[in-house]
Design a protein around this ligand. Sequence first.
Ligand code: AMP
Length: 120
Amino acid sequence: MSYDPSNIFAKILRGEIPCKKVYEDDFALAFNDIHPQAPTHILVIPKGPYTTYDDFIASADDAEIAGFQRALAKTINDANVVADGYRLISNNGVNAHQEVPHYHVHILAGRPLGVLVEKA
Ligand code: AMP
């Protein structure tokens, strides 16, 4: 899939629509999900134009990949979710029901999060 610069997270990165920012640095932006599925539900996105995890790893340079991972870890630590546990989810492509075609990681925490996936 080629990158669509009109996707909603690209608009957030360009400041065209607002977000509830949690953290930002040169490599990543973290903000609260607009439809939270848990008491803590934060999205972390790289600043570059990547559609999916595989696209990010194939196309980003090492500094971007490391910077994104550091930003994700900082966001987790700052959210105070480590002691009770948290789940990271990244939906990639059609079968995963990816809605927004800009690579992102969900941080979910604050309650028991149930089974990993629905039964088929
Ligand atoms: P995914 O299915 O992994 O692509 O999830 C996309 C997520 O983006 C969903 O959890 C949405 O609630 C969230 N979302 C969509 N638009 C916004 C927005 N403007 N601000 C914050 N979160 C959003």
